[in-house]
Write a protein that binds this ligand. Structure first.
Ligand SMILES: Cc1cc2nc3c(=O)[nH]c(=O)nc-3n(C[C@H](O)[C@H](O)[C@H](O)COP(=O)(O)O)c2cc1C
Length: 448
């Protein structure tokens, strides 16, 4: 694909009140994050800007300090079903854990969301890195990183088999005869190390064939899983050089699995603070910072790096020895690396990293043109196929993006002016996969 043909892809992370820890303090209603209409408004704004998708993260446990910011409490697929009913085109990406779920339930739940939304569902498959989750599921601690990914590999395979279990032609709808053709509905008969699943699903293949599969792990094992199975990667590169290196690596890994590299979209997170002038954008950020949350952010930074908080000195850089050996950490290796890259490249102190939300994603602070410049630079120079936006405050930060950055991106010929498809696969330029059973078991058509 030439650069001229490529179109940017943009999602927005509905991280409840906004990605800034103090976003909720700026809102008229501090409890808006519990109101389905809050998310519907955000999704409608995203749709007005012809964005590809809205995204919901998930941690099935109380991770946040409940005093500091809203929790990620609402279950994403349930919430997105409410959002689906209020929108028509925007893609709906929900996170769900492969460590604390069962493949049959997940396959059915996302197939349902795809049916309900008429082809707009995506599953962000995560292994869960937060240790507070394990005791909610009868485990004293998280399974080892390696074991979490061993289960994830098999989990994703089972889910994809289940999504294929009804061939596209299985529904006949002959009102004088049969509703469905049982020869085109397949048990998946999966027997593996972690799961034993007979199948099929109790419902026909969904509009996208398979809901879009997103992966967000940045470790060696996470990258392998994404390159083999994912349609998109939510990445966490915080520097352009690292973004470009990761992009090239993931496209090559996709090729090594015999895949078309264009069928794997790389979408780093980008935290945005936008205003008419650079000075106003910096002032907007400073005003949010002054509302507090610094202690929370330092805790998050320490957790991202997998080190005790008391080893971090506020006005000094993170000691180099704490930035090493991140590939052996038990939590999220992707986030740990993202923080370390940011700290090293920009020589940031602990305080500065904390003010960047603990360092998991890159911040872009400036005018609409400056934000568009960053996006264009990464997009045109092999570091991203698009971004998962994380506005400082929702919905105002997204509104500014849609009203001022989107027109600028369109003017530069980077972004669509209207939707050309109805499904998320179509927005992302991804083909609709055939059922594996369709190709493996040719049948005599009983539908005629
Ligand atoms: C943009 C982005 C969003 C993520 N969202 C979640 C999430 O909602 N829940 C979760 O448990 N992990 C989330 N993760 C973490 C990873 O998917 C993965 O489970 C974790 O980082 C451990 O994998 P790793 O060591 O391969 O990085 C996210 C990561 C990124 C980059």
């Amino acid at each position: 694909m030439t650069t001229a043909d490529r179109q940017l892809h943009l999602g927005v992370n509905m991280y409840n009140a906004g990605i800034h820890v103090s976003a909720w303090r700026k809102q008229e209603d501090p409890f808006s994050y519990l109101d389905v209409d809050f998310y519907r408004d955000i999704a409608r704004i995203a749709e007005r800007g012809t964005l590809d998708a809205v995204f919901l993260a998930d941690i099935p446990g109380l991770r946040e300090d409940a005093r500091a910011r809203p929790t990620l409490g609402l279950e994403p697929t349930v919430l997105l079903t409410g959002v689906a009913a209020a929108t028509e085109r925007i893609g709906l990406v929900a996170t769900a854990s492969t460590t604390f779920n069962d493949p049959y339930n997940i396959a059915r739940r996302f197939s349902t969301l795809d049916h309900v939304s008429r082809g707009r569902a995506a599953w962000n498959a995560v292994t869960t890195y937060d240790p507070t989750v394990a005791p909610n599921f009868g485990l004293p601690e998280l399974p080892e990183h390696h074991d979490r990914y061993g289960r994830a590999e098999e989990f994703v395979d089972v889910v994809r088999k289940l999504w294929d279990s009804w061939e596209d032609g299985a529904l006949v709808g002959d009102q004088a005869g049969d509703l469905a053709d049982p020869d085109r509905i397949h048990a998946v008969e999966h027997r593996g190390e972690h799961f034993s699943v007979r199948g099929p699903l109790p419902l026909p293949r969904s509009p996208q064939g398979r809901p879009v599969l997103v992966q967000a792990g940045g470790s060696e094992h996470g990258k392998r899983l994404a390159a083999r199975t994912a349609d998109a990667v939510f990445a966490a590169q915080t520097t352009f050089d690292e973004g470009r290196r990761f992009y090239a690596e993931m496209k090559q890994r996709a090729r090594d699995f015999g895949r078309n590299p264009d069928a794997l979209k790389i979408l780093p997170g980008l935290c945005t603070v936008i205003a008419a002038t650079e000075a106003e954008a910096k002032a907007r950020k400073a005003e949010l910072d002054e509302l507090g949350g610094q202690q929370w952010a330092i805790g998050k930074l320490a957790a991202n790096l997998g080190v005790p908080v008391d080893q971090l000195e506020l006005d000094a850089p993170v000691p180099e020895h704490l930035l090493r050996g991140l590939d052996e950490k038990p939590g999220s290796r992707g986030f740990a690396k993202a923080v370390a890259d940011y700290a090293r490249a920009d020589g940031l102190t602990v305080r500065e990293l904390a003010l960047l939300g603990g360092g998991g994603h890159r911040y872009a602070i400036g005018t609409p043109e400056q934000i568009a410049d960053t996006i264009e630079h990464w997009f045109r120079n092999g570091a991203a196929d698009g971004f998962n936006l994380m506005p400082d405050v929702l919905p105002s930060g997204l509104e500014t993006f849609v009203d001022h950055v989107v027109p600028e991106l369109r003017r530069r010929g980077l972004f669509r002016t209207e939707y050309t498809g109805t499904t998320l696969r179509e927005h992302l330029g991804l083909s609709r996969p055939p059922s594996r059973y369709e190709t493996e078991t040719p049948h005599s058509s009983s539908a005629s």
